[in-house]
Design a binder for this molecule. Structure first.
Ligand SMILES: C[S@@+](CC[C@H](N)C(=O)[O-])C[C@H]1O[C@@H](n2cnc3c(N)ncnc32)[C@H](O)[C@@H]1O
Length: 241
């Protein structure tokens, strides 16, 4: 379960170290569609919300998350978006009321992923877009995430171990049940989950770069060497309702 200190720690440690590069990438994909009304699922503390807001100043953005503590941190960070606590599998929004649904690293935590996709389709207007980003199961992304969580465990008194964090930090239900799918998903699983939507496109991407002290390996170099297949293959899915 996300305690309030968990949300603050997530925002302080994990967002800059892990999630921001993805948010920049996903927000630029969202902006290409020029949506008038965006609904964000599992928005966390608002890293994607913030980058979407910067790129789409005139768009109505509603950011949602199951956990109130995350919503509170997010709404303080991006007050120009509308924030609401909402379970992705039961959205409190009308049919065909949204141009685009965006979700960054949320799908794997939903207790019923099929129900969440059905809900996304329901709230999307016909022809509206669903944009998702998830971790690829066949990636060493987890291996990179582990040291960040382990460092936090060592440095912050009472912090969970990485395993406990990944297993329990993301609620599967509003009651605080552990998430059913803390693992990452494969392209085939993702395609299967989006069955029934139009124009499903799944793109694999590498993370931005691997910092190594004063040096770094760029995304271009990783891809040239084929190492992007090992170091952070991430999946972006786009589909139309
Ligand atoms: C890894 S975080 C990603 C947060 C944010 N999108 C980001 O990129 O920083 C996963 C988020 O999913 C949320 N979550 C888990 N289950 C959910 C559900 N059923 N409905 C909505 N959000 C959920 C958690 O509260 C958490 O904020």
């Amino acid at each position: 379960m996300w305690a309030e200190d968990m949300s603050a720690a997530y925002d302080e440690y994990l967002v800059p170290a892990v999630f921001r590069p993805y948010a920049d990438d996903l927000a630029s994909r969202v902006a290409r569609h020029r949506p008038g009304v965006v609904l964000e699922l599992a928005a966390g503390t608002g890293v994607l919300t913030q980058t979407m807001r910067a790129r789409l100043p005139g768009t109505r953005i509603t950011a949602t998350d199951l956990n109130l503590a995350m919503v509170e941190v997010g709404s303080a960070k991006v007050p120009s978006a509308t924030w609401r606590q909402a379970d992705a599998v039961q959205l409190p929004f009308g049919d065909a009321s949204v141009d685009l649904v965006a979700c960054q690293f949320g799908v794997m935590f939903f207790p019923d992923r099929a129900a969440a996709y059905a809900e996304a389709r329901r709230v999307l207007r016909p022809g509206g877009e669903l944009l998702l980003m998830v971790y690829n199961r066949h990636s060493a992304r987890r291996v990179l995430l582990w040291p960040v969580l382990a460092a936090r465990h060592r440095l912050v008194a009472g912090a969970r171990t990485p395993e406990e964090w990944l297993r329990y930090a993301n609620d599967g239900t509003a009651e605080g049940e552990p998430a059913p799918y803390t693992d990452f998903v494969s392209p085939a699983e993702l395609r299967g989950m989006l069955y029934g939507m139009q124009d499903v496109r799944i793109e694999r991407r590498s993370i931005d770069r691997v910092p190594l002290g004063r040096w770094e390996i760029s995304r271009a170099r990783l891809m040239k060497l084929g190492l992007d297949r090992l170091v952070g293959l991430d999946l972006y899915a786009t589909a139309r309702a």
